[in-house]
Design a protein around this ligand. Sequence first.
Ligand SMILES: Nc1nc2c(c(=O)[nH]1)N[C@H]1C(S)=C(S)[C@@H](COP(=O)(O)O)O[C@H]1N2
Ligand SMILES: [Mo]
Length: 309
Amino acid sequence: MPSLRYSDITPKADYLNRRRFIAAAAAAGGGAVAAGLPFSPATAAIDAIKSPYSTSEELTPLDAITTYNNYYEFGTDKRDPSRYAGRLTTRPWSVVIDGLVNNPGTYDFEDILAGATLEERIYRLRCVEAWSMVVPWIGFELASLLARADPMPDARYVAFETLVRPEEMPGQSSRLLEWPYREGLRLDEAMHPLTILATGLYGEELPNQNGAPLRLVVPWKYGFKSIKAIVRMTLTVAEPPTTWNMQAPREYGFYSNVNPEVSHPRWSQATERPVGAGFFARRKPTLMFNGYGEEVASLYVGMDLSRNY
Ligand SMILES: Nc1nc2c(c(=O)[nH]1)N[C@H]1C(S)=C(S)[C@@H](COP(=O)(O)O)O[C@H]1N2
Ligand SMILES: [Mo]
């Protein structure tokens, strides 16, 4: 697998130059890129860029990714997270992994990083509100962290929780949602190689408004499954309660796989608005499983996706 260690993350200017250089080299002669660039093998950012899981679609600009956010801990306006998340203290940070695991405990964020193989994953992000982005995440496979915790054979789900800290998260002073924000995945979804924990984007540390220091990214599901600022993961037998499902069960199911054929009760999911693409950008057709069907459709064989929405 393509790998990019945390220590290899380069300043953005270098990174963008390198990207441009690679694009130019690719345009000039294809195979030359793989054949021998004047970079040391340690400069693995090149491999990371070539992750087979990355889309080649045009990236959403950084300013759109960091100023148009859903993060109700900081308010409901799309700009609230960029206004208020800066005050969140993200170090030290740790994640409790408990429940049905052989190695339960408090995992320090720096230790998690030290054991992680970071990759760049350029993924589509499709919000249930029918807008979308293309985000160059930096992260690692959730499966690798779960392997350290060593799930027991009867574990079937993973429940995730966000930090509760109303002093730094102004939205938590209201009863907008029941805190903590909770999410969950079936264990096979959690172990899927497309499922990552992101610690960065655009080649830099994750901005607070995008869920620093550690957030889930499940690209074939609606964005609300991709829970931010994770402090706990619990392996369970039963399907865990999840925030938006508790809030409005008819509107938001546990699975929440992107599906253009299953409308939200209040709007169609057939198309999406690309955020940050300019005033004249056209809506795009939404793809089944957000375009990741080849990788994930097998997880849902035999399930009626209009009932298990
Ligand atoms: N803790 C927490 N995680 C969250 C949310 C939230 O309100 N709180 N919003 C979700 C929703 S609805 C979306 S679309 C994505 C948005 O991620 P982004 O702001 O990085 O684009 O985060 C998800 N994760
Ligand atoms: Mo969302």
